[in-house]
Design a protein around this ligand. Structure first.
Ligand code: COA
Length: 227
């Protein structure tokens, strides 16, 4: 599927935005039963362990990673939000913000295996949607540009990376495999596979496809790549 088609498909999923329309944007498979929920929580743990070279054991990640704690609580508060327990869900998310420095509105739809690295200062708005296998660094914001109700926060595809301090503002669509540079301010849609840099962010396309970039980040694979 081309980047443009990807963006259209993502946008079609996310035009709804009012509180009671949020069910429309929940990707299939994201309203799990209890057993499935536990699997998802363990996946979250594994995602943090896999993404952070500093993580030594799963126990360490479970005890010492605020990004994992905030995400786990969000998995619960999101269910409470959709069960009609909106005030308790908001209070729970605010207590978590106080404890972790990460603010995730309970209405936000978050896919599987999100990794929030460091965490402090991350803000994820009510109508934000995040695909699978994304990474958010500290200080990143998925925020709104206006105070109007309805869909006003971004939609991220799969495997999107949002660098430290980056702001993604408005009901934008960020395609799969996009990388948003540290401190960028993104105010327009970004097509799949692109890199967004600067203020306001400009788009460029990397020379290597995302899978090749991943290889080059692993020193062991660089050697393999060169010989
Ligand atoms: C955007 C990013 C993914 C680009 O990585 P990359 O594809 O390896 O790109 P390069 O490092 O080769 O840089 C390519 C160009 O973009 C520039 N650039 C890189 N990151 C930038 C940023 N955040 N803002 C502005 N320009 C940036 C480089 O200076 C270079 O410019 P040039 O072509 O004029 O020389 C990466 O630089 C980044 O910002 N990652 C965020 C990571 C982060 O937040 N870490 C926090 C850890 S605590």
């Amino acid at each position: 599927m081309s980047g443009v088609t990807d963006l259209r498909a993502l946008r079609a999923q996310t035009v709804a935005g009012d509180d009671d329309e949020r069910e429309h944007v929940m990707p299939p498979g994201h309203r799990p039963g209890l057993r499935h929920l536990v699997e998802i929580l363990l996946e979250d743990l594994d995602a943090a362990h896999a993404h952070d070279p500093a993580a030594r054991t799963r126990l360490e990640v479970a005890l010492a990673y605020p990004g994992v704690h905030a995400l786990w609580v969000h998995r619960l508060s999101h269910r409470m939000w959709h069960a009609g327990l909106r005030l308790p869900a908001r209070l729970l998310s605010q207590v978590t913000r106080w404890l972790t420095g990460i603010e995730i509105h309970p209405g936000a739809v978050i896919g599987r295996r999100l990794f929030i690295d460091h965490g402090m200062g991350v803000v994820i708005g009510q109508t934000a949607v995040i695909g699978d296998d994304c990474v958010l660094f500290h200080g990143s914001t998925l925020g709104g540009r206006s105070m109007t109700r309805g869909k006003r926060h971004p939609t991220l595809g799969n495997r999107v990376m949002v660098g430290a301090g980056a702001k993604v503002l408005g009901p934008l669509t960020i395609g799969d495999d996009v990388q948003i540079g540290a401190n960028a301010v993104v105010v327009k849609d970004v097509p799949a596979g692109a890199v967004a840099l600067g203020v306001p962010a400009h788009i460029r396309f990397p020379h290597q496809p995302p899978a090749e970039r991943e290889k080059l980040q692993d020193p062991a694979l660089i050697i393999e790549y060169m010989i």
